[in-house]
Design a protein around this ligand. Sequence first.
Ligand code: NAD
Length: 481
Amino acid sequence: MQPTASHFVNGAYLEDTAGTPMPVIFPATGAEIARVHAATPAVVEAALASARSAQVEWAALMGVERGRILRRAADIIRERNRELSELETLDTGKPIQETLVADATSAADALEYFGGIAASLGGEHMQLGGDWAYTMRVPLGVCVGIGAWNYPTQIAAWKGAPALACGNTMVFKPSEQTPLCALKVAEILVEAGAPAGVYNVIQGAGEVGRALVEDPRTAKVSLTGSAGTGKKVYAAAAAQMKHATMELGGKSPLIIFDDADLESAVSGAINANFYASGQVCSNGTRVFVQSGIKDAFLTRLTERTAQAIIGDPRDEATNFGPMVSEDQLAITCSYIEKGLSEGARLIHGGKRLDRPGCYIEPTIFADVTDDMTIAREEIFGPVMCVLDFETENDVVSRANATDLGLSGAVFTADLTRAHRVVHAIDAGSLWINQYNLTPVEVPFGGMKGSGIGRENSRTAVEHYSQLKTVYVGMSPVEAAF
Ligand code: NAD
């Protein structure tokens, strides 16, 4: 099942062992499970050249033909869900219980959805008296996708599917931490009929990403990553007036009112902090709890968190696995230290587990205040901060007091309050009595420092195509002299 070489370029696997070796570590054991090589300048060149030369013919296909290939790829992914999920688990350390339902399946949804709308993409006709005009929806050209390590299959497809549906080609660079899964997406697209060069994958860290973004052949860049990287990549794209989508980090509020259904609110908070061991950009890591429900909420939260089955992510019973790497684990531990030293009350977890692999307990702090580091900075690990509040006005202004704005949620039985509060929160994705569901039918993306542009839904088409206007004169041309 493992990819047979480091890169996938021009329709086939490609190796160049002159590139820096990149060991792939299974986070549950620390074992090296594969070794790929970062792209050399020759590989970067080959990928961009093949994407460039494939683009015109790919765009010239009818939308229905492009769409058929994407939908076929979706079918193949679904047939191989088990093997692809096992690879995702090895690449990331996420429990197989999660990867079976959230990764390859999500990639298949994106390919199916954008494959389905490829045939209906087009422009408009405008009647201007005798004259008329029309718009054409045209692709941007070569698009670069750059991924984070938490959802390597999903990110590869969330960017690739709309790009290809619109007639673009893509060079995708996965995160250096999780290089394997995107290669399988490339391989399956070719198996489904995608011409060579339409979707390429090359490996490497930031400098390979930078080379792709700065190359004049690149028309668009879509990054999923941290806010800091986003600023650099957005600036590099702007320097050449390139299109950009930035899917960045968050510090999202999850607001629980006294009248919320207690078990649903606890489930929401668990999903919003401990799924994928907390390594989800849209997580609701600031859990604001109204004073009347606080004690009951904390009691049930700690009781239920104690039931987490922490173990080998390959075991289907495990529902809480390791973090992706020693580095990310160390960052998480340092935030837990800060939480303790700044006076937050640790009510569950907080310790690295005494076993091989990057395991840390799901961790809950209560009595967190807005000024604490753990309430202000994205941790990207399984650390939940519970903050108290009294009134709706107070919680809304505190929820918005951040430079980030990816997501948020409210749990309440009061329908009008639910809508009032989500309308007042400055974030791109909001849930009412739910958390972290991101089906392909709905737009996903951030406000403020969490990014620009949207993925998924029909809206993504706007970010992978542009309009060309054609004015048609039907009468002799008049001029002043
Ligand atoms: P990161 O910013 O360190 O890296 C992201 C990607 O950018 C990697 O592939 C990296 O190699 C590349 N990169 C780094 N510097 C670059 C440069 N100068 N030019 C081009 N590419 C460069 O992020 P990460 O640690 O891999 O992922 C975690 C972050 O991603 C978190 O902040 C998380 O919130 C965010 N994230 C956001 C979303 C979303 O959809 N909004 C989804 C998942 C993760």
